[in-house]
Ligand binder design. Sequence first.
Ligand SMILES: [Zn+2]
Length: 421
Amino acid sequence: MKVLLVLCGLVLVVSARPDPHPHLKGAQVLRVVPEETWQVGYLRALQQQDLYDFWTEPNSVGRPVDMMSDVFQLPVLRAALENVNLSPRVLVSDVASLVAGSTPHQHNNKDSFSTRIDWTDYYDYDQITGWLDSLATDYPSVCKTEDVGTTYEGRTMKLITIGTGAADNPGIFIDGGIHAREWISPATVTYMINELVTKGSGEFSELLSKVNFYVMPSINPDGYQYTWTNDRLWRKTRSDTDSSFGCKGVDPNRNWGFHWNEVGASSSPCSDIYAGPEPFSEVEMQVVRDQVNRFAPTLQAYLTFHSYSQLWMYPWGFTSDLPDDWQDMDNLAQNAVTALTSLYGTRYEIGSSTNTIYAAAGGSDDWVKGVAGVKYAYTVELRDTGSYGFLLPTNQIIPTAEETFEGVKVVADFIMNNNGR
Ligand SMILES: [Zn+2]
């Protein structure tokens, strides 16, 4: 009887803490490497079924495709792959335990709220914006923050301007967190903000007197916060879509109004790559677009940070054709990546988005170059290459941010010294 009581107590304790990720129990990530063009097409068709979560997308022969499946669909997915001679390798054998192991511990309640952050852990949206404002209070001669918009769910979006010189100095626009689950992106962008601001009157005084940085570290706040509270692997925004299945959200990096929804996007609200009902349907992307437009006359470079795959890419994403000045973008990317790799040996691939990963219209970098006219527009896919994917452990935040900043400094120095020409 006593044993039974103890057991009942245990059951009560366990059931009192609901598992936020029941759908991930037993889920796995499988990797295949297509060897024939028709297999790539087959994988694309599989993606359109919206049954599996594609962590990387089918593009070309030889490039790995990572797919997450829940435990129920796993045998179906395996059979579907083996039917076309694709041999899946298990990349992540237990997604649920990887999520549990990478969940931040010490900062996720209001009691521990502080405006100080470091880069040994991930931080939620309120902590990031609170920290941004405190930075502006502590370093008023180097930076300022502005509330520049409100998200679908009512969160305030913030922009930090870093610079000590003229307002019409050449500008660099940086954003992070457009895809909610890519947590290393806001972590890396906040690290770079911190470096520039806290060393703004020292190491970076000349740079900040000649170049202005406009930075938004987390541009999909509703989605990002949802990855903290409900689903660690959520990618999209959180807007209502009128889906009869109750599917929510738009892929914000398919929502930009340049060759919108022409390729590599979906018109189905349940898809992870849903382009939205129209270009710029998402208020968060309207806000970022308006800020890019506001500074467009001075902007020479744009950097948007994603994960994962270790790629430094430039437009176009909507076509395999290259912009006329692709060689300029490629040269600067080569130099940036050389500096990045020199720190820890992390290897990156460089190329146009379409030719490097996949054709996908409606991305922010295409719009920023094609419409706003910013010459050096880059999409950077940070660490890793799939061992952890979106669930990059906290002990990789600082090295990832450090090496990335080496690359960004090359871009910034180039803009400073050449004024972007
Ligand atoms: Zn992304």
